[in-house]
Design a protein around this ligand. Structure first.
Ligand SMILES: NC(=O)c1ccc[n+]([C@@H]2O[C@H](COP(=O)([O-])OP(=O)(O)OC[C@H]3O[C@@H](n4cnc5c(N)ncnc54)[C@H](OP(=O)(O)O)[C@@H]3O)[C@@H](O)[C@H]2O)c1
Length: 309
């Protein structure tokens, strides 16, 4: 498992993250098996959000109830959570951030979060309020590092004018089949081509220029939660052919290749897996350091439907 020093923090983390968004209905034993197998595979970072599950803090609570860490084990893992999504609104107010983080800590049964991310941009954000909330959380030892998710460069810059702590992460949707943040740059300035449309104001280049670690969520989803492309031969037959060929070449399971495609990008991204299946987790994690060649990386990109002008 490839480990990455994470800029702006003193953390070193696996480049594969286990996301816990889908554990709501799992029993304690299944959660322990999943988390234990992830640790055995070299994963040391776990992604949560206050909003995951059937009610607030549901998945965090399932994790906190099922998994207990000794103090030394707790220091050896990185627990990340998010705040800002509420029923019917987004909310980066100081009051909501503080209340929700307290709820996350209680549910996760931990005294601190290693990382807190602002989940989705709040149109009504007051950067000074975010800054005050982050100062309070940092000074109290409740949150050690901060970042954002789904934020454009301008939104990060706006926050940075007030927030003292580094914004070290931006978690964004990215898979081979949902790659506008990479594909637009490849086809820049092409009139009449959908792929050329910049939908995120240049997140990728901005994050690289500022050493902000990108975390790729939904690495197996075709688009926005509309199913997995792996094995979908009806819609992605060419892509699955290339995936199978490369899996054979590198002697890894097919699920390793979509992870390897993201890991191969020189931005040193992390890949957030959402599987609740131990075998799928192991298979995917095997993509952490598969050394795809430049030609192979581009073959996967074009087999997914993107063009090289
Ligand atoms: N920041 C954000 O806005 C945001 C948004 C969404 C998610 N996230 C984070 O990202 C994580 C991942 O998101 P996601 O769950 O959508 O990602 P994903 O890993 O692309 O999708 C997970 C789904 O794909 C299936 N799957 C995964 N590997 C498979 C395989 N090898 N074969 C067949 N099916 C497979 C899983 O089923 P099985 O369980 O049966 O394997 C599950 O239904 C979440 O847990 C969460 O932590 C963040």
């Amino acid at each position: 498992m490839k480990q990455l020093p994470l800029p702006h923090t003193n953390l070193t983390a696996s480049n594969v993250i286990l996301g816990l968004m889908r554990i709501s209905a799992l029993g304690d034993d299944d959660i322990r098996s999943l988390v234990g197998a992830a640790r055995d595979a070299g994963i040391n970072i776990f992604d949560h959000a206050d909003v995951y599950g059937s009610e607030r803090h549901d998945c965090e609570r399932r994790f906190g109830q099922a998994v207990s860490f000794t103090p030394a084990e707790r220091e050896a893992v990185i627990i990340q959570s998010k705040v800002g999504i509420r029923q019917g609104s987004f909310d980066f107010s100081k009051e909501h951030i503080l209340r929700s983080v307290d709820g996350s800590l209680e549910a996760l049964n931990t005294e601190y979060l290693d990382v807190l991310l602002l989940h989705r941009p709040d149109a009504l954000v007051e950067p000074d309020e975010v800054a005050a909330a982050f100062d309070t959380l940092h000074e109290a030892g409740k949150v050690r590092n901060f970042g954002v998710s789904n934020h454009t460069p301008g939104q990060v810059e706006l926050l940075k004018r007030s927030v003292k702590q580094p914004l070290a992460f931006n978690q964004v949707q990215l898979s081979i089949t949902h790659a506008p943040l990479i594909a637009a740059g490849v086809a820049s300035n092409m009139a009449g081509l959908d792929q050329s449309i910049d939908r995120d104001n240049g997140i990728l280049d901005y994050c690289r220029l500022n050493d902000i670690t990108l975390q790729a969520w939904s690495p197996f989803q075709k688009g926005f939660f509309d199913g997995v492309f792996l094995g979908d031969r009806e819609n992605y037959s060419e892509l699955n052919d290339v995936i199978d060929e490369l899996a054979g070449k590198y002697d890894v399971p097919a699920a390793a290749i979509p992870v390897a495609w993201i890991a191969r990008h020189p931005a040193n991204m992390q890949i957030v897996l959402g599987t609740t299946n131990v075998e799928h987790m192991r298979d995917s994690a095997a993509g952490s350091d598969v050394p795809l060649t430049r030609e192979e990386w581009y073959r996967l990109f074009t087999a997914a439907g993107y063009i090289l002008p």
